[in-house]
Ligand binder design. Structure first.
Ligand code: CUA
Length: 353
């Protein structure tokens, strides 16, 4: 790509620094080429036809043409083939970016006016900066504390809206060490343009050193465990399955049967909703006695609690008589956001319980 730079940060074309960037470039240039060629072809034909078939005298009448099957098949078939091809190509890339690899490391992001708060599973936190190892898939689980924001790293070709009240996710794998611009790509108020940061892609050793240098107060899950007791959750959610509220062991990613007979998946958004708006749904077989924690828990604390619930191993109440284990598939569920058991939780959070 030609370097037509006015300023180091203002490049003609963004760097291709993630695993999907190359494919996205191919798709982009293919679209530009096809659309450009079609536009140019049509424009040239219009000019040619206007000259070649112009009216030469006042009483000249064009001959009537009843139709041409061959021609019609051709101009229907070729565009159909081209557009379906583009659709299929785009769809393949879309599915790719929507399905995080099972071994992706999870990082939490809270967007707020006007900053990006990044939280790592080990408890490390930072603002407007995201450190990642090169060559390893990273999955971001994101929510907003206020307006709609959008997490955008042009060099990685990733962009995902970040919404209040729910979690959205995106994954990427940085392919070369470097410093990459992070933008907010959704107008979110006065200082929207200042809601920028950097993604630092580092070699594995550098990343490991960076991750352990900080004074993390404890992993997200251990902070979540403290909150779980501090807010009295343990009073009702017993781990023996005999409490007045459901046993939360193995809850994450599982299908939950609700009183109105609708099934729900216990993903991040579900757990957050149970904390902030518990009256909305009731789990089958339980009284809805859960108090709301809206206004008492910050988004960061909700994430700590989610990390804690994720880290809880499967409990005795989770094993159905017909199944030997408690993988989500055995419950007939579709894996949710983080694909339970898919995350790096197991490796990064040993012995949480
Ligand atoms: Cu946040 Cu724009």
């Amino acid at each position: 790509m030609p370097e037509l730079s006015l300023h180091p940060d203002l490049r003609f074309f963004p760097d291709a620094a993630s695993s999907v960037a190359g494919e996205y470039n191919w798709l982009f240039w293919a679209l530009v080429f096809v659309c450009g060629a079609v536009t140019l072809g049509i424009a040239c034909f219009v000019v040619y036809a206007a000259i070649r078939y112009r009216r030469r005298s006042d009483d000249e009448l064009p001959p009537q043409i009843p139709g041409n099957m061959k021609l019609e098949l051709l101009w229907t078939g070729i565009p159909l083939f081209l557009f379906m091809g583009m659709f299929a190509w785009g769809a393949v890339l879309f599915f790719d970016i929507e399905r995080p690899p099972r071994n992706a490391t999870q990082v939490y992001v809270v967007a707020k006016q006007w900053m990006w708060k990044i939280q790592y599973l080990n408890g490390e936190r930072e603002i407007d900066a995201l450190h990642v190892p090169v060559g390893e898939p990273i999955q971001l689980i994101m929510t907003s504390q206020d307006a709609i924001h959008s997490f955008f790293v042009p060099d990685f070709r990733i962009k995902q809206d970040v919404l209040p009240g729910r979690y959205t996710t995106i994954w990427f794998q940085a392919e070369k060490p470097g410093k990459y611009h992070l933008f907010c790509a959704e107008y979110c108020g006065t200082k929207h343009s200042g809601m920028i940061g950097w993604v630092y892609a580092m070699d594995r050793q550098d990343y490991q050193a960076w991750l352990s240098h900080g004074a993390a107060e404890g992993s997200l899950a251990s902070t979540g465990e403290k909150l779980f007791h501090q807010f009295g959750c343990a009073n009702c959610h017993h781990f023996d399955g005999h409490g007045p509220a459901p046993d939360l062991q193995g809850l994450y990613g599982r299908q939950v049967l609700l009183k109105d007979a609708s099934p729900g998946i216990a993903d991040e958004t579900y757990i957050r909703q149970k904390l902030m708006d518990p009256k909305r749904t009731t789990v089958l077989g339980f009284e809805n006695i859960m108090p709301t924690f809206d206004g008492q828990l910050s988004e960061e604390q909700v994430i700590d609690l989610i990390a804690y619930i994720k880290a809880l191993g499967p409990g005795p109440g989770d094993r159905l008589p017909t199944s030997s284990g408690s993988t989500p598939q055995e419950y007939g569920t579709t894996p949710g956001i983080g694909e339970p058991g898919a995350s790096g939780n197991a490796q990064t959070e040993p012995g949480i319980r």
